[in-house]
Structures are given as structure tokens and as C-alpha cells.
Design a protein around this ligand. Structure first.
Ligand code: GSH
Length: 203
């Protein structure tokens, strides 16, 4: 049975999983379901995306899906076999999936997109609080990509988590400004943007 990746292409975590499949050289079926659709609710207890189906297995949580795809299919290892190297990759995957996603996506991008007052103006309280934390987080990430990729010199699953979030944070002015001030991160973003897995999953 073909690998099915379920979830709207606009979701950063759906994009991560699709990037992983493409980096492995897989042909997969993308089912662009919105969160909380009947299909998604049947696959995820909270109705979140992404979800995956393959060979009788149904999965949710991007980290679990990424690990499954990397383990089961041929192609370059996106989480290396060596335990210490794998631990570092998993560390950065988890950091991006939790702390970076929370700050850049949930407290910034999502607030810009969906938190409006009755007149339709963006409500800035949470955005302004988030932006105050940008220098620290951009500094951490700028340092982490110094080896060439996130936390190391070789492309990995951590980059598949990082890139969609970096693309999203640059949709709004404070994100653009912070990115421009982070020279390593800018060079990293430009370099990884050229990979077909990133270009082909753009919306
Ligand atoms: N920890 C989950 C997070 C999934 C998640 O938050 N997905 C978002 C889209 S990026 C979603 O479905 N949001 C809908 C909602 O929160 O109602 C994972 O890594 O898969």
C-alpha cells in the first residue's frame, strides 16, 4: 500500500513530513485534509495534522511519522544510526518542534493570521510579547546552523522541521527583520531553500 500523508499543505508539520518523504526519494500520496475534518478526526484523537497511513499502520505526531518513514524506507538516513549522532539530531528536532514552533508559529504567525478584533485589526498583545523573545531564539538558531545544517554538517530530519517554520516566520515584518540580522541563518535558509524537497512543498 502506498504511503499516504494526510494534512493541509499550509501546515508546517505536514510540510516537514512531506520533505522527509521527498528526501528519501519516495512517491507518496498527499491527502490535503484540514485539521478537524472527519478523516483527520478518525486518525488523530485531537483532530490535528499531519497523519499518515502505510501498509495497515495509521500514525499521528510528526516526530513519530518522520522516524517511521526514515526507518522503513530506503534512501539517505535522515536520523543517523550512530546513537550519539542520532541523539543530537533528535535533540534539534524536538527543540524546533516544541520551543521554536511555539514562539515563531503559535505565538507569532498564528496570532497575525487569526487573532483579529471586531474591526478586523490584528490584536498585537501576544505578538509583541513573542517578538521580545526573538533576539534570544534567533541567536540560538544562528549559532546552531554554523556547521552548515542544524546542529551538524550534514542535512537531517532536524532541517525538515526547521525550514517550514523559518519560511513562515518571514511572512511578517519582525520575522523578516530578525532573519536579516542573523547572517548564518540567512545563508542556511537560502542554501536549504534550493533543495527540491523544500521547493516542491511550497504553497
Ligand atoms: N505535535 C503535533 C502538532 C500538530 C499540530 O499542532 N498541527 C497543527 C497544524 S501545524 C494543527 O493541526 N492545528 C489545528 C488546531 O490546533 O486546531 C505534531 O507534531 O504532529
Amino acid at each position: 500500500m502506498a504511503l499516504e500523508i494526510i494534512g493541509s499543505p499550509r501546515s508546517n508539520f505536514v510540510r516537514t513530513v512531506r520533505m522527509v518523504a521527498l528526501e528519501k526519494g519516495l512517491t507518496y500520496e498527499h491527502v490535503p485534509e484540514a485539521p478537524h475534518s472527519d478523516m483527520v478526526k478518525a486518525l488523530h484523537p485531537l483532530g490535528l495534522i499531519p497523519a499518515m497511513r502505510h501498509d495497515g499502520l495509521e500514525l499521528f505526531e510528526s516526530a513519530a511519522i518522520v522516524r517511521y518513514i526514515d526507518m522503513v524506507f530506503e534512501g539517505p538516513k535522515l536520523i543517523p544510526e550512530d546513537p550519539k549522532v542520532a541523539a543530537v539530531v533528535n535533540q534539534w528536532c524536538s527543540f524546533v518542534q516544541t520551543s521554536v514552533d511555539r514562539l515563531f508559529l503559535r505565538r507569532y504567525v498564528v496570532e497575525y493570521m487569526f487573532h483579529k478584533d471586531t474591526a478586523g485589526n490584528v490584536v498585537r498583545d501576544e505578538i509583541d510579547r513573542a517578538v521580545k523573545r526573538f533576539p534570544k531564539m534567533f541567536g540560538v538558531l544562528d549559532n546552531a546552523v554554523k556547521p552548515g545544517f542544524l546542529g551538524r554538517s550534514v542535512f537531517s530530519a532536524a532541517d525538515c522541521f526547521m525550514m517550514p517554520i523559518l519560511a513562515a516566520v518571514q511572512r511578517f515584518p519582525e520575522g523578516v527583520e530578525a532573519m536579516q540580522a542573523a547572517s548564518n541563518l540567512t545563508a542556511y535558509f537560502e542554501k536549504v531553500s534550493a533543495r527540491p524537497s523544500f521547493a516542491e512543498t511550497a504553497v
